[in-house]
Ligand binder design. Structure first.
Ligand code: NAD
Length: 506
């Protein structure tokens, strides 16, 4: 074990000690509470050891959080944008102060390698700062002229909103939602994933330290079927922003129907990376490896299907095999680690089940396809895996595996690439590698996805829209798209007193 890893483990133990010693509660109306008293155990995917108890919110606990958010809504909405901006920048400062703690706690709670989690707090802070800076102008609308009337639009916060987040990079994803909600003037009830609850509590602590008024930010821990469901059904909640599985998105659509809420659903994907013969070979190879094996492949935008053109297939797959076999699997706190353990045993079982499914369907496991539990102990470690000789109709090409597992499929023509790319229920992201600009443009228009990157891995630009089509979701995050979701637009139409008012019954 390297000296650096030893030092990181000691630091992480220090940060995690308080979670072991105290049940992690809910943050409701500015107070920490254990609520109804139900709890569940949280463990680390590194070795299944105990990280602490977490309160599981009952319907009553969720109701209390929603009522707090409702009570705080009017005064937060009336707080001047410039003041909200100031508070959200202070929140960014708090996150930056605790960046190391957030990175280490997140790494041990969800198994993500520290090399990626180091950026979690920094990017989270950047999210708050970006949306904070737009808070003062968020209400502004358009001025729309007619001959005898002038219309103008204004926006106002929609009201208390629910933010429901998953376990993959939970910290960063939460900030994408909560930052624009607060900047818009909405109050929030956040329910983090039950499998990775720890950093959401640090986020709530930072919000408190930044001086957010009580009730503006509430956080409830617990299960989707109880706490999540109650939150989506509460009448005070006006909109629900979910990041999660497509199946959960469908449930939430049904659960919110009776109270007719606005929904933003960011769901699963089976994203193609399409590499043409004329691509820049080394850059395409680097990006292909990065976009499926970083973050343990537990990434909604992962390029989990490689569509490779026949002319470079053999050369590309040979180089790919070498790289995949060389990826370093290890302790999440080891700075050398590239792939850590999968988030929990249920997910590990799902991912490893695809090794058998691939064989049954007639694909070849070119690299990996094994559990590493014999070699690395009880943690949820698997080998980075590459399937070749695959067809797009196979389950390994159609289902979201959500692990460090890539399925490679050969194609001949541009038309075939488009057809294969689109033959999926999902439509989140796509990656196109070619040196032919015209082809890049044609592909960008034809591939069904909310986001396409040409000759790039996933590069996030906060003013740009983020989201998917088909079963990958409804709605967009980013820039003004976020404000449109968290705000209502009102049109005011003013007559110039020159038009003829229709007359009845005179
Ligand atoms: P999940 O859908 O199981 O859980 C997400 C959240 O929803 C959790 O907090 C969970 O408790 C809650 N939930 C579950 N059932 C609920 C219900 N009936 N009512 C209300 N809330 C409920 O997802 P996961 O397994 O935690 O995360 C992985 C999934 O998230 C993958 O499918 C991944 O692609 C997707 N994801 C999408 C994006 C995106 O931007 N499109 C980003 C990250 C992750």
């Amino acid at each position: 074990m390297s000296a650096q890893l030893q030092e990181n483990i000691a630091k992480a133990e220090g940060y995690l000690a308080r979670f072991k010693d105290n049940t992690l509660g809910h943050f409701i109306n500015g107070e920490w509470t254990l609520g109804s008293g139900e709890t569940f155990d949280n463990t680390t995917p590194f070795d299944q050891s105990y990280l602490g108890k977490v309160a599981a919110a009952s319907e009553d606990d969720v109701n209390a959080a929603c009522e707090a958010a409702a009570a705080a809504a009017a005064s937060w909405a009336a707080t001047p944008g410039a003041e909200r901006r100031k508070i959200l920048h202070r929140l960014g400062d708090e996150l930056e102060k605790r960046a190391e703690e957030i990175a280490m706690v997140e790494a041990m709670d969800c198994g993500q390698a520290l090399r990626f989690m180091r950026q979690a707090a920094v990017r989270g802070a950047a999210n708050f700062r970006f949306f904070a800076d737009q808070a003062p102008e968020a209400r502004n609308g358009l001025s729309l002229h007619q001959a005898e009337h002038t219309n103008f639009t204004v926006r106002s916060p929609i009201g208390p909103v629910a933010v429901i987040t998953p376990w993959n990079t939970p910290f960063m994803l939460s900030t994408w939602k909560i930052a624009p909600a607060l900047a818009s003037g909405c109050t929030v009830v956040h329910k983090p994933a039950e499998l990775s609850p720890l950093t959401a509590s640090i986020l709530a602590e930072c919000a408190d330290a930044a001086g957010l008024p009580k009730g503006v930010w509430n956080m409830v821990n617990g299960f989707g079927t109880v706490a999540g469901k109650a939150l989506t059904q509460h009448p005070a909640i006006k909109a629900v922003a979910l990041v999660g599985d497509s199946a959960t998105g469908k449930l939430i659509q049904a659960q919110t129907a009776q109270t007719l809420k606005r929904l933003h659903l960011e769901l699963g994907g089976k994203n193609p990376v399409i590499v043409f013969d004329d691509a820049d070979f080394e850059r395409a190879l680097d990006a292909t490896v990065f976009m499926i094996y970083s973050l343990n492949g537990q990434r909604c935008t992962s390029s989990s299907r490689l569509l490779i053109q026949s002319g470079i297939k053999d050369k590309f797959l040979a180089a790919l095999k070498e790289r995949v076999a060389n990826i370093k699997v290890g302790h999440p706190l080891d700075p050398e680690t590239e792939v850590g353990p999968l988030v929990h045993t249920g997910h590990y079982e799902k991912v490893t089940s695809y090794f058998e499914i691939a064989k049954q369907d007639g694909a070849t496991i070119a690299v990996g396809g094994k559990s590493l539990r014999d070699e690395m102990g009880p943690g949820n470690f698997v080998t980075p895996t590459l399937f070749v000789d695959a067809k797009n109709t196979m389950r390994i090409a159609q289902e979201e595996i959500f692990g460090p597992v890539l399925t490679a499929i050969e194609f001949d023509t541009e038309e075939e690439a488009i057809q294969l790319a689109n033959e999926t229920v999902y439509g989140l992201a796509g990656y196109i590698w070619t040196s032919n600009t015209g082809r890049a443009m044609r592909m960008a228009h034809s591939v069904e996805a909310g986001m396409l990157w040409v000759n790039s891995e996933n590069n996030r630009n906060l003013p740009s829209p983020f989201g998917g089509v088909k079963m990958s979701g409804i709605g967009r995050d980013g820039g003004d798209w976020s404000f449109d979701f968290y705000m209502e637009t009102k049109n005011v139409c003013i007559a110039h007193d020159t038009h003829k008012v229709p007359v009845l019954g005179r």
